[in-house]
Structures are given as structure tokens and as C-alpha cells.
Design a protein around this ligand. Structure first.
Ligand SMILES: [Zn+2]
Ligand SMILES: [Zn+2]
Length: 123
């Protein structure tokens, strides 16, 4: 693993958030000022292809990157675009029962306000 890839991996692993390539780049730059945006993009591609990180693709949003690689669902804040884990179980079995046929995969994004935005609207 190159030094750059190690730094990018550490940024993702140490973050509690789901970050975009740009956010990862800005964090990595704090550690290695010479790192280039293109290097970050290339390594994110290699790492998600290798299954070391999870790429989260959502329509109309920049890709986010996740240290948790097992399949799970996400919430998207419609207000600020923050992506977070949705604490709901895998629905494959349930969907198969309803549909009566095997479900290969499905996509689910919950659009709900994040904690920060919810706190702001409550003020
Ligand atoms: Zn928000
Ligand atoms: Zn996640």
C-alpha cells in the first residue's frame, strides 16, 4: 500500500462521517500537503473496487465513502446533504416474501433531516 493510499484509508477509517472525495482530500491534505485531488480520486476508486471501503452512490449527490463495507442502508439529509447510517435491518427476506421471487439487490435511501438540521428547525 502506498503512503498516499494509507493516509486516505486512515482518513476514512478515523472519521465518524460518510465523506465525499472532496472532504477526504481536504483532510488528507492536512497530513500530506503535497497530495493531489486526482490521487485521492484514483485511490478511492481502487479501494472501493478492492472492497476496502464502500462507495455510496445517490442520484443528485456526490459519491460518499464509508468504512463500513457490509451492506447497510443510508439516510440522506435533504437539507445539508449529510449521509448517515440508517439503523434498519436487511429487508431482502421480507421483500422476497411479498414479491414471491428472489431479490438480487435493492436500493433504499431514507430522506430525513440529520440531527443538526433537526436541532436547528426546533429552535
Ligand atoms: Zn442536515
Ligand atoms: Zn454507511
Amino acid at each position: 500500500m502506498t503512503q498516499q493510499r494509507r493516509i486516505i484509508f486512515d482518513v476514512i477509517r478515523n472519521s465518524m462521517r460518510h465523506m465525499t472525495a472532496e472532504q477526504i482530500y481536504l483532510e488528507a491534505k492536512q497530513i500530506l500537503p503535497s497530495i493531489a485531488m486526482g490521487t485521492v480520486y484514483r485511490n478511492l476508486g481502487l479501494m472501493s473496487d478492492a472492497g476496502e471501503i464502500l462507495r455510496i452512490e445517490m442520484a443528485g449527490q456526490p459519491d460518499h465513502f464509508d468504512k463500513t463495507v457490509s451492506p447497510h442502508h443510508h439516510c440522506l439529509c435533504p437539507h445539508c446533504g449529510e449521509v448517515s447510517d440508517a439503523p434498519i435491518p436487511d429487508l431482502t427476506e421480507h421483500l422476497q416474501q411479498i414479491l414471491g421471487s428472489p431479490v438480487e439487490s435493492y436500493d433504499l435511501t431514507l430522506r430525513i433531516l440529520c440531527d443538526d438540521c433537526r436541532a436547528k428547525t426546533m429552535q
